[in-house]
Design a protein. Structure first.
Length: 273
DNA sequence: ATTCTATGTCGAA
DNA sequence: TCGACCTAGAATA
């Protein structure tokens, strides 16, 4: 489930399990073998995330950069680990191992390269020091639909297809609304909702936008209780009744991904809150 | 047994 | 805008 919240959760897990320890590093699958050997037997110092990028820092300024892409997974198991196509395995007999499968990127990089990746990223709602003005300037200047801008990692780092659909629904915003058509209050509602929701995603390692504790006060229209008791309002609920108004949820491809929205709750004329 | 799908991104056309 | 890429589990036959 690689959206930003999961990557930040993984960084926390890696720190909790391995930081300060000398670890074993191998590439059973082989494609990362030479680089894995470079950090084998050295101290894993820390791990952090920027948007969907995961970094694992070792002694001697060696950094492993991981991007899970669409299908990559990183999981934790007891030593000596499992089977399958494991690109990178890192850990210790006592602490267990982290195993990486199917990543888009797994590469040994320098601190300068890590800085460059961070510099290319837009503000990350999970970063307490993030500057939302950088995102606002890009949104305000763009004719692209807000549903496309939310997926642009140079605008909102860490937001993926689920958060895109859910925050647009929660703001009552038409996905096709051009960025430049949003007023400041609408942008602030989106950014504020991401800042409120994503840390809960990190805490629970799952996206749940429906529970009462997630509802912004300004929303003013709590979801109807139903058997589903859903985690989400619209994501992957095509054809099912909207939790708020009962209209079947719609879907279509926007910016290369399946978008889900309620055409009633997110009317083109509706002003977001 | 085979095909399809997935919460992502990049580069070529 | 499109195909390529990485892997595993679910869906289909």
């Amino acid at each position: 489930m690689p959206e930003g919240h999961h990557i930040h959760w993984l960084a926390g897990q890696i720190e909790d399990r391995f930081a300060g320890q000398v670890v074993s590093s191998t590439s059973p699958q082989g494609r990362f073998a030479a680089s894995a050997a470079m950090v084998d037997g050295t101290e894993l110092v820390r791990s952090w995330a920027v948007g969907k990028h995961l970094f694992v820092g070792f002694a001697h300024d060696r950094i492993v950069h991981v991007h899970l892409g669409l299908i990559g997974k990183l999981g934790f198991t007891p030593w000596p680990g499992g089977t399958g196509q494991i690109r990178w395995r890192v850990g210790t007999p006592a602490a267990g191992v982290a195993e990486l499968r199917g990543p888009q990127t797994c590469a040994l990089i320098t601190p300068a390269e890590a800085d460059a990746i961070a510099g290319r990223s837009g503000p990350d709602p999970l970063d307490p020091d993030a500057d939302p003005e950088r995102a606002w300037r890009k949104v305000h200047a763009s004719a692209k639909p807000i549903a496309a801008l939310l997926m642009d990692q140079a605008v909102f780092a860490g937001v993926g297809n689920i958060y895109r659909a859910e925050v647009l629904f929660r703001a009552g915003l038409d996905p096709d609304l051009p960025g430049k058509a949003l007023d400041r209050a609408q942008f602030d509602a989106l950014w504020g909702d991401l800042v409120a929701l994503m840390p809960l995603g990190v805490r629970d390692d799952r996206i749940d936008t429906v529970r009462a504790e997630h509802l912004p006060e300004a929303m003013g229209r709590p979801p109807r209780e139903d058997a589903h008791g859903g985690e989400v309002y619209v994501y992957r609920r095509a054809g099912l009744p909207c939790h708020v108004c009962g209209t079947p949820v719609r879907t279509r491809v926007l910016a290369g991904r399946n978008l889900y929205w309620c055409e009633v709750c997110q009317r083109p004329t509706r002003r977001g809150r």
